[in-house]
Design a protein around this ligand. Structure first.
Ligand SMILES: [Zn+2]
Length: 413
């Protein structure tokens, strides 16, 4: 683990603290039954702002070998919403870029092939890059060739030298995860064709702040990007943020269209203007955040303690990384939430980091019918409420924690 000396993007040394979430276990490190007796390592989660390039970031870098390789349990294909979101993106790019059998599409952090398989099914050659063993093997099984390694500038140079430069590079939910931010972007610049495009999705810092999504802050997420911060990051490496789209996925994301030649679209100028007007590029915008996080925390604790006091039983839904931040920073132990359910079979039989709730399959909700279910995966609230209509029909109620604590009405809201 290392504390950064300066901004992850521009290197400016005087970073200002915005929020301190204390010591937190590693979000995706679910605990197996045979390790329940062992203590877990905890690392500081401190959010800081760079007044020079306006990048919000965390101060500590946990070794990526610890974060992403060993037993990484995330499989993108378990979310229906993510799979259909990806398919629509692929169809649009095949059409707009006239991609075919002579093209090459590379995805960095390709996971289980949830995105590239849509290109492959349409005859476009693909290459995935992902260091996580299980998901990479799952990708190979659906016909997506995958390099089981981290994407680095050196790897990009190696592929480019082999003549494997890409017409389209996808990098979804990975730019914020890499410790060598500048090396990663330099690698993208080397790997993309002169007339190609890099399509990147990152969570949007404005949504994080405006909707108090503090649970999306964990050790894997080193940076929290604004368009202002991204624009300056790409320019440093001869790339241009030419188009941007706001997406609802993951609580509010940006899809960036980045190219080697400059042709800034209206979508980018407008968001840059919006950020200047709302102050996203200045420290003041971030200073009230810690107070708002504390309010959500107190509201949620009061509700859960009140329900427990009435003898209600409470479970939770979604054993994702953000669940770890929420349970640990709010302080929701097994005295409040009995267990967590999740669709991902790889998580069943394990325990939540820090608070140690056991994880079961979602069928447990109907078998056990707890009175309340805390929606830790609130970003998929609509999808989950629809899937769990029977649980609600029988009287079960979902609690949404963010941006303010509320109980969904039984009609599925
Ligand atoms: Zn900076």
């Amino acid at each position: 683990m290392a504390r950064i000396e300066g901004c992850r993007s521009c290197g400016y040394p005087e970073l200002t603290q915005v929020l301190d979430l204390g010591l937190s276990p590693i979000a995706d490190r679910l605990v197996s039954a045979d390790r329940l007796e062992e203590p877990e390592p905890r690392f500081p989660l401190e959010v800081v702002f760079c007044p020079k390039c306006s990048l919000l970031q965390i101060r500590e870098t946990v070794d990526p070998e610890i974060l992403f390789c060993e037993d990484y349990p995330y499989y993108s294909s378990f979310s229906d919403e993510l799979v259909s979101h990806s398919r629509a993106n692929v169809l649009e790019l095949i059409e707009s870029r006239a991609l075919g059998s002579q093209s090459l599409v590379i995805e960095v952090a390709s996971n289980d092939g949830y995105l590239l398989r849509h290109y492959r099914e349409r005859g476009v050659p693909v290459l995935g890059i992902d260091p996580a063993d299980g998901p990479a093997r799952a990708a190979e099984a659906v016909g997506v060739p995958t390099l089981g390694t981290f994407f680095t500038q050196a790897l990009a140079g190696h592929l480019a030298a082999e003549g494997r430069r890409a017409d389209v590079i996808h990098a979804n939910n990975v730019l914020a995860h890499v410790a060598d931010t500048n090396g990663f972007v330099a690698g993208l610049a080397e790997l993309v064709q002169g007339d190609g495009v890099v399509v990147i999705e990152v969570p949007y810092v404005k949504d994080l702040i405006d909707h108090v999504e503090f649970d999306t802050i964990y050790h894997q997420h080193l940076c929290y990007f604004s368009v202002t911060a991204l624009d300056s990051l790409f320019r440093r490496h001869g790339l241009y943020l030419n188009g941007v789209r706001r997406l609802p996925i993951h609580g509010g994301s940006l899809r960036l269209y980045v190219e080697p030649r400059e042709r800034i679209g209206d979508s980018v100028s407008e968001l840059l203007r919006l950020e200047r007007e709302s102050g996203v590029d200045r420290l003041d915008y971030y200073l009230g955040f810690a107070r708002r996080v504390e309010r959500v925390r107190m509201e949620l604790l009061a509700l859960l303690r009140g329900l427990k006091g009435e003898g209600r039983r409470i479970a939770a839904y979604g054993a994702a990384a953000k669940a770890c931040t929420l349970l640990n920073t709010v302080g929701i132990g097994r005295d409040l939430v009995d267990y967590v359910v999740d669709r991902n079979v790889h998580k069943h039989g394990r325990y939540m980091p820090g608070q140690r709730q056991p994880i079961f399959g979602v069928e447990r909700l109907l078998e056990d019918q707890p009175d309340y279910c805390l929606l830790l995966a609130w970003n998929f609230a609509t999808e989950i409420a629809a899937q769990q209509s029977e649980y609600q029909r029988r009287g079960g109620r979902f609690i949404v924690p963010i941006p303010e604590t509320r109980i969904l009405d039984g009609a599925g809201d």
